[in-house]
Design a protein around this ligand. Structure first.
Ligand code: NAD
Ligand code: PRE
Length: 367
């Protein structure tokens, strides 16, 4: 008999996981449950899930795999509710939450009842929310962290990896504490800082409305993540409070150092500060997904003349290659401009590169 999968919270991540599971396990029957019924119905209409259920309790007891894909405080609540149900003894329960310490602590209530809970966190995502943003390739090449409890059988961890193999992600086993410290540095603190930068710019735009007009590429790049779901981030910050408090202290020291550099006016030291940051940033793996490379980007040199963008997009459309984003990064007078094209997959990027090269465009994978 085909296996049943229940996804609680069919948003960006829950929906993307559902699509990835269908890819490798087409026989699995995927049921979605979401507090936002409209979102769940959308997932059903988009064939992300097979069925939208009004009761997670009714479905949980019949499921072989249960994935908690709601905000992290809701994950904790769902763990407690599931612990009250007569779940199938062989069922695997996992989550996709961005924090792991509190979730693993809470999961003891399930494990005490003999159920299997393996914490999970795919390290890829987006600032977008809801089933409408779900993508089956979202996690390709990303790291997918798993935090099994010490007494979890390795075979069951392999079974979960098999369920999730359609994500195309690289699985990494980690202790919850290490997970929360690392994600605090590379994800949680940066989200707080992005919101802080936006808040500062908002204050200035109240004084001078031209601030809004000039908020261009740099500001948008560094603050994209400030457009993420406030419900999700409110929960993450609460869950990872202790790591964040120490990281915020470190950040304040870093800003004091920057202030001293600026005050000193020492061009050499300021140069070195930027050069060091550039060196480390440039050394981060480009192809691996995760914090940096969220999409497959291709850079194209284009002449600064009317019609060039539509020429490029027409070439791609003729070959049925879909773009996820297009952006002009640089337009220097009478020389070249640079277009950044983003694709959903490596294959699309390569096809685009080949046909643009055939049309005499110079293309690059990195800028
Ligand atoms: N967005 C990212 O980049 C990202 C990446 C990795 C992990 N995560 C984690 O994945 C989880 C989901 O995030 P998302 O980005 O998919 O958010 P989302 O807002 O797109 O989806 C979350 C869904 O959960 C539903 N929900 C909320 N409370 C619920 C409840 N009690 N019962 C059932 N459904 C409920 C919401 O209605 C929503 O549809 C979060 O725990 C987040 O920390 C997010
Ligand atoms: O790309 C983004 O928009 C993300 O914020 C994704 C991101 C991240 O910080 O890298 C956000 C939260 C996660 O738990 C994992 C990934």
């Amino acid at each position: 008999m085909d296996k049943r999968v229940l996804i609680i919270g069919v948003g960006l991540i829950g929906g993307s996981i559902a699509l990835a599971i269908k890819k490798e396990h087409p026989g699995a029957y995927i049921i979605g449950y979401d507090l936002n019924e409209e979102n769940c119905r959308l997932a059903e209409r988009m064939n992300i899930i097979d069925e939208c259920s009004p009761s997670f309790e009714k479905e949980a007891v019949k499921s072989d795999l249960i994935i908690l894909a709601c905000p992290v405080e809701e994950v904790e609540q769902k763990i407690c509710q599931l612990a009250e149900l007569p779940l199938k003894p062989e069922a695997i329960i996992t989550d996709v939450g961005s924090t792991k310490v509190k979730i693993m602590e809470k999961s003891a209530v399930l494990r005490k009842k003999g159920a299997v809970f393996i914490g999970g966190h795919p390290m890829a995502g987006s600032h977008k929310s809801g089933a409408g943003s779900a993508r089956k390739h979202l996690f390709e090449n990303a790291f997918y962290i798993l935090t099994p409890a010490k007494d979890t059988n390795e075979e069951i961890v392999c079974e979960l990896k098999d369920w999730l193999k359609g994500t195309g992600a690289n699985f990494v086993i980690m202790e919850p504490e290490e997970h929360d410290m690392i994600t605090g540095v590379v994800s949680h603190l940066p989200h707080l800082i992005a919101a802080g930068i936006v808040s500062q710019v908002e204050k200035h735009s109240g004084i001078n409305e031209r601030v809004r007009w000039l908020a261009a590429g740099g500001f948008r790049d560094i603050t994209r993540i400030a457009s993420s779901s406030p419900a999700m981030w409110g929960d993450i910050v609460k869950h990872n409070q202790s790591s964040l408090l120490s990281l915020i202290d470190e950040w304040i020291d870093e800003m004091k150092h920057i202030k001293e550099l600026v005050q000193s006016g020492n061009k050499n030291n300021i140069y070195n500060y930027f050069a060091n940051a550039k060196k480390f940033r440039d050394s981060l793996p480009v192809r691996a997904r995760g914090a940096i490379d969220a999409f497959y980007d291709l850079y194209v040199d284009v002449l600064d003349k009317p019609g060039v963008i539509s020429h490029v997009t027409t070439i791609l459309a003729e070959k049925k290659i879909s773009l996820t984003n297009i952006r002009i990064l640089e337009a220097r007078e009478d020389v070249f401009g640079v277009l950044r094209l983003s694709f959903q997959t490596e294959e699309d990027r390569q096809k685009a590169r080949d046909c643009l090269n055939e049309n005499d465009y110079e293309t690059y994978l990195n800028m």
